[in-house]
Design a binder for this molecule. Sequence first.
Ligand SMILES: [Zn+2]
Length: 293
Amino acid sequence: MLSAKYFDCMKVIWLFVDGLGLGKSGAQNPLYAPEINKLNELLLTAKPIDASLGVPGIPQSATGQTSIFCGVNAQKIIGTHLEGFPTKSLREIISRENVYIKVREMGLTSTFANGYWIDQNRELPHDRKSYASVSTVSAATGLGDVRRMDAILRGDAVYQDLTQESIVARGGDVEIITPVESAHRLLRIAEKYDLTVFEYFQTDRAGHSQDFDLAIKVLLNLQQFVVTLSENLPDNICIILMSDHGNIEDLSTPIHTLNKVPFLLIYKKSVSLKQNINDLTDILPATLEFLIT
Ligand SMILES: [Zn+2]
């Protein structure tokens, strides 16, 4: 039987958006395009936090995401910002202390809502050569598996592009859906767990491409998703939106930026985090503390 405390507790959605910094307005920043107005207004209320973590150079995904998912300063531990997919030493950190392991140690439940278009028999990517991302390694080692094809087909997973268009482009037999439907799927999943994680990385891809039209399309999808989530958010769920480094907010360069990244809380009932959030490493401990109080 579930305890009364279970029903009282707030649940959390981690909305991890790859490559979304807070940059200045101008023609290089698609967030300031009129059609992205709603998302930009929300992001202007976010706390800008540091993604560099005291290490010289431009923040990158493998280290930044390890810092978020494990609450450690991964860039400092390995002495550099590492792009792409985690190396053996980062995978060791991730498999030892990722968010799902920490939530379980507290007696709480968590899930990774992303669906993978692979069947039950296929092995998950597990190293750098097989393009195992921080989120995949975290789910594989912290939860044992990810949501696969069958979950996508019954609507019990959210595909990373929010529309399933990229599955269709690869020849997959699945319907194209709207980011609105993806948002409802995420909310249905989030009702069942204390912490639900979702990753959107089309923002980083569009940033590297410097393609303004693609950036607008990707941001419109994200905006529709976030607006639907916030308009339909139950009182007992709060969303934490975060990113690992800047990129899409400055299309004048194909590389990541030094801009700060958003820490955005979205909620219906007023909530507050006790802990101060100043950089990527603060997100996990603050979330854990929030979940038990
Ligand atoms: Zn990138």
